[in-house]
Unconditional design. Structure first.
Length: 181
């Protein structure tokens, strides 16, 4: 029998001083049975880093032809494609052809470093691709904040990120491996 997704209710308050975006999002996030708490929290963080009124979580892990998060224009064009983890070179190439901007948020420590070394030369031709890496230490600390009902506050200033839940705070400085032009 197939396991069902676990539902998380998230109140996400974003204060992004870099983009002058200040908003609270009430999200219902389905955690796929094979998804870890670490990946779930990275997905929520990626949402916060790209927060916009039209940004949406997708079916993600349960479909191959959709990103984890996307933003479409009012007329349906794909403006932003957000992928998590270590997508293959083929997936990166295809997503760069489908969307105006593609953001990949990698994590996983040494495994992510090896993945980037393997594909970075093939990504130079994609001006619409951004690759950001989160350290294993940061994502492990973020994972500990996960609960079925969360009130997260995410503050972003000068590229530094602070995530707080109740009295727990995690500070991030993500490594930008590739910037979109």
């Amino acid at each position: 029998m197939a396991q069902k997704a676990t539902i998380y209710k998230v109140e996400l308050s974003v204060s992004d001083m870099d983009r002058h975006y200040y908003e609270t999002h009430k999200l219902t996030v389905a955690k796929h049975p094979s998804e870890t708490d670490e990946r779930l929290m990275v997905r929520i963080l990626a949402f916060a880093l790209n927060a916009h009124e039209r940004l949406e979580m997708t079916k993600g892990l349960s479909t191959d032809d959709e990103p984890d998060i996307w933003q479409k224009s009012l007329s349906g064009e794909l403006e932003l494609w957000v992928a998590l983890g270590l997508p293959s070179e083929k997936v990166v190439r295809q997503s760069c052809g489908k969307a105006d901007k593609v953001s990949v948020y990698s994590y996983g420590g040494r495994t992510a470093d090896i993945w980037w070394e393997k594909i970075k030369n093939s990504t130079t031709r994609f001006d619409n691709l951004q690759v950001v890496n989160f350290s294993q230490t940061d994502t492990s600390a973020l994972e500990k904040l996960a609960s079925r009902a969360m009130k997260l506050q995410v503050n972003i200033q000068d590229g530094d990120v602070m995530v707080s839940v109740d009295d727990s705070i995690v500070y991030f400085t993500a490594a930008k491996w590739k910037n979109a032009v």
